[in-house]
Design a protein around this ligand. Structure first.
Ligand SMILES: [Cu+2]
Length: 114
């Protein structure tokens, strides 16, 4: 199983307005619709979103990454807990099966720059 090494620097050019980046092909992974949400000045965290398609013949797994603007780069998921929306790190990363497309989006899986 390959490991995704996510290139966060392309996402994180701007924190004051939503920022988008060009599509990226990384081996058998097609990464598109990359964007980061605008954050207030001094905010301790920021969210990043994208669509990842695995065009290869084996599953892959998004396990983390790095960014110049944050000391930690985490993969999170949102879920409802007794009527309250919560987010937590995805412990073992996010599997992307062969041929599968996953969407990291507000309210679901996302990258958290901490
Ligand atoms: Cu989060």
């Amino acid at each position: 199983m390959n490991r995704i090494q996510f290139i966060a620097a392309i996402l994180v050019g701007c924190w004051v307005a939503p920022a988008h980046a060009e599509d990226v092909t990384f081996g058998s992974l097609k990464i598109s619709a990359l964007w980061v949400r605008a954050t207030p000045k001094g905010a301790p965290v920021g969210g990043g979103y994208m669509t990842i398609t695995n065009t290869g013949s084996a599953p892959d797994r998004l396990i983390g990454g790095s960014a110049d603007v944050s000391s930690r780069f985490e993969i999170h998921e949102m879920s409802m807990d007794n009527g309250v929306m919560k987010m937590r790190p995805v412990g073992k990363g996010l599997e992307i099966k062969q041929g599968q497309t996953i969407e990291l989006k507000p309210g679901g899986y996302h990258v958290m720059f901490v």
